[in-house]
Design a protein around this ligand. Structure first.
Ligand code: 5GP
Length: 210
């Protein structure tokens, strides 16, 4: 019996370290399928097309929307970000666990379409750490950093909509916690109904004296 794939949404404030966490999770646990999003924002130094993002023009992105190629998309600090449908559907059909690293509007749309998706929120232990990481990364202008912090205020209002909270204090602990959450999800009764029904049938037969 192949186990059913679970859709996992990981959100978190910009600068909370989601990227690093995802890379480490993938390195340790090769079984996860990490969805690569499409975006209209420019690549940062070191980012690769097709690995970090599919970098699109606004026109190309809007065409993807019209063609129904995205499961969800959102506008974040003046740019579009969206999840390509085909990869997610293919991986889930193969029984793989699929991870979407997306922001809160996208998370909400995923929850509507996939009520059984698991929503996980990553935070730093305080706001100061967040600001230092954002500034220290050196990838954004002071203006963009300010916009991202402003966005973090809004996102913090929505944390209760998530199922799990992970504090990114120590990378290793954080990665193991995420893996443990996913493993626990796999133990939900709803993913084991075939076995449950088989055992039920067998018990009925026994009690009938067969
Ligand atoms: P960044 O520009 O730092 O790579 O990403 C900015 C924000 O967009 C992050 O919160 C990230 O999780 C989110 N994001 C990345 N890809 C997607 C996507 O496909 N859909 C949505 N809704 N958000 C995304």
């Amino acid at each position: 019996m192949t186990r059913q794939g679970i859709l996992i949404v990981v959100s978190g404030f910009s600068g909370a370290g989601k990227g690093t966490i995802m890379r480490e999770l993938m390195r340790r646990y090769g079984q996860y399928a990490l969805s690569v999003s499409a975006t209209t924002r420019a690549p940062r130094t070191g980012e690769t097309e097709g690995k970090d993002y599919f970098f699109k023009t606004r026109e190309a992105f809007e065409q993807m929307i019209r063609d129904g190629e995205l499961i969800e998309y959102a506008c974040y600090v003046n740019h579009y970000y969206g999840t390509p449908r085909a990869y997610v559907e293919e991986m889930l059909a193969q029984g793989r666990d699929v991870i979407l690293e997306i922001e809160i509007q996208g998370a909400r749309k995923i929850r509507q379409q996939f009520p059984e998706a698991v929503l996980l929120f990553v935070t730093t232990k305080d706001a100061q750490t967040l600001r230092e990481r954002l500034a220290g990364r050196g990838t954004e202008t002071p203006e963009a950093i300010a916009q991202r912090l402003e966005r973090a205020v809004q996102e913090s209002e929505g944390i209760e909509e998530y199922d799990y909270l992970v504090v990114n204090d120590e990378l290793e602990t954080c990665v193991e916690e995420i893996h443990a959450v996913i493993e626990s999800e796999h133990r939900r009764i709803r993913y084991h109904m075939e076995l449950v029904n088989k055992v039920r049938e067998e018990l009925r037969s026994f009690s009938k004296g067969e």
